[in-house]
Ligand binder design. Structure first.
Ligand SMILES: [Cu+2]
Length: 113
């Protein structure tokens, strides 16, 4: 009995190991997209990503900024000079955002399935 379940386990591990590279090739790991905040602007203004990817904002200005959804559905933390924050986008859609302190600063994240 023990012998039999051991051999099944060994087979399962062997099958799993041989399929693992194929599975990885089918599901690429999520990407992280960098957006710089500089001179009171998001760059690039428009970022196109895949569902599951993340966007990381880094503030290069001395003034604090945020990246906050226009519908307030999500927001970065307050980003002081040199600080970064990232958000994972799981659902497809077009997400317009702005800086809480400087509403004229605008950007958009387009998430594809
Ligand atoms: Cu700002």
């Amino acid at each position: 009995m023990f012998q039999k379940s051991l051999s099944i386990l060994v087979m399962a591990v062997a099958v799993g190991a041989s399929f693992a590279p194929w599975l990885q090739a089918q599901t690429p790991s999520p990407a992280n997209h960098a957006v710089a905040i500089q001179s009171f602007a998001f760059g690039p203004v428009r970022v196109e990503i895949k569902a599951g990817d993340s966007v990381q904002w880094t503030n290069k200005d001395f003034a604090p900024h945020t990246a906050t959804a226009d519908d307030e559905g999500w927001s970065s933390s307050e980003l002081k000079n040199g600080a970064s924050d990232s958000i994972v986008f799981k659902t497809a859609g077009s997400f317009a955002y702005h800086c809480k302190y400087h509403p004229q600063m605008k950007g958009v994240i387009v998430v594809r399935d």
